[in-house]
Design a protein around this ligand. Structure first.
Ligand SMILES: NC(=O)c1ccc[n+]([C@@H]2O[C@H](COP(=O)([O-])OP(=O)(O)OC[C@H]3O[C@@H](n4cnc5c(N)ncnc54)[C@H](OP(=O)(O)O)[C@@H]3O)[C@@H](O)[C@H]2O)c1
Length: 309
């Protein structure tokens, strides 16, 4: 089967760059819509140069400019957007253009986190405000009848895992560690390049059309207690455990303003409320990435921790 032509929006960003690389690796004709300013930014220009050398076609434009969006969208079969969470609603104009052109076989919106429709947000306005735009984009896609796939990958490994879920640290602790709640609720961590590989595998797959692809691979699902035990074995040392209850964590979150409470919010969501894992991946709307694509290799939590020892 001929590979779909893919447009990546956000290729100079963290996830978007991996998406563009994966699209090229899996031999899709690959296009990137890039803002003018990125070409004069040293690090972004380097990323663009490397994508261009690998065969990507770079198109100048912006999600805020209807003409450049329409030109780019008309060249491809699939659009993948990877703007940051705070830019989610910028996708509305893109969605309008996709509907008007009517030629796109699949749109993958910028979601790439835990499922916002499953998150426990009732006590916390900051979590609600983070997820609401992503839910709004999902509802818009459904209302407009745009063929889509949602990627629900849970945490990227660069979020919380380098500190063993210790807010404020950027390396794993070696003496004391704080466990939130009872420490038994499981969360999921995925390397961004692996998320990108799974994402690209969905684009021509009828099994993922209008579905949510959940990523929960074996080796990437673990509780705080399991995470600390894994780390203790790697550094051959027992850590002193401090405990923070759900109520104490909620108080700390509420006493800190967003986004400074960002890490605590996501610890609460994943490791207290179990937002990554409390529900089964069920048809008709949910599909399991590791079951659909067993051939894809991915980095496990243990392998990631090995790089930190
Ligand atoms: N699951 C997790 O743990 C996790 C963690 C982080 C992010 N995420 C999700 O991953 C997705 C991508 O986030 P990220 O952190 O990779 O984003 P990022 O690094 O901030 O990159 C954002 C990209 O969007 C581009 N962009 C911004 N405004 C644009 C516009 N008007 N027109 C065209 N391009 C525009 C930026 O281009 P410029 O170079 O021109 O600025 C950049 O390439 C989001 O959905 C986010 O919620 C998930």
């Amino acid at each position: 089967m001929e590979k779909s032509k893919i447009l990546i929006i956000g290729a100079t960003g963290s996830l978007g760059y991996h998406l563009a690389e994966a699209s090229l690796k899996f031999c899709h004709p690959t296009f990137a819509l890039v803002r003018h300013s990125a070409f004069s930014h040293p690090h972004k220009a380097q990323k663009l140069h490397s994508l261009s050398l690998a065969g990507a076609t770079l198109l100048k434009g912006s999600l805020e400019d209807e003409t450049t969006i329409a030109e780019a969208v008309s060249l491809v079969d699939v659009v993948i957007c990877a703007v940051s969470a705070k830019q989610s609603l910028l996708q509305k104009l893109l969605i309008r253009v996709i509907r008007q052109l009517g030629s796109i076989k699949r749109f993958i919106p910028s979601e790439f986190g835990s499922d916002p429709t499953r998150a426990h947000v009732s006590e916390l306005d900051d979590l609600h405000n983070f997820y609401a735009p992503k839910i709004e984009i999902r509802r818009l896609l459904e209302a407009e009848g745009i063929p889509h796939t949602i990627i629900s990958c849970n945490f990227f490994m660069r979020i919380l895992l380098p500190s063993l879920a210790q807010p404020g640290l950027d390396a794993p602790p070696r003496d004391k560690v704080t466990i939130y709640g009872d420490g038994n609720t499981k969360g999921v961590f995925m390397k961004e390049s692996d998320v990108a590989a799974f994402t690209i595998n969905t684009v021509d797959d009828p099994r993922t059309l209008n579905k949510v692809l959940y990523l929960r691979p074996p080796g990437n699902v673990c509780s705080l207690n399991e995470l600390v035990e894994m780390w203790e074995i790697k550094i051959a040392k027992k850590l002193e455990r401090l405990h923070v209850s759900e109520g104490e964590l909620l108080q700390k979150i509420k006493g800190t303003s967003y986004p400074a409470n960002f890490e605590m919010l996501f610890i609460y969501s994943a490791f207290i409320k179990g937002d990554h894992t409390y529900f089964d991946i069920e048809p008709p709307s949910g599909v399991n990435g590791t079951q659909l694509y067993p051939h894809l290799k991915y980095t496990t939590i243990s392998e990631f921790l090995d790089t930190l020892v």
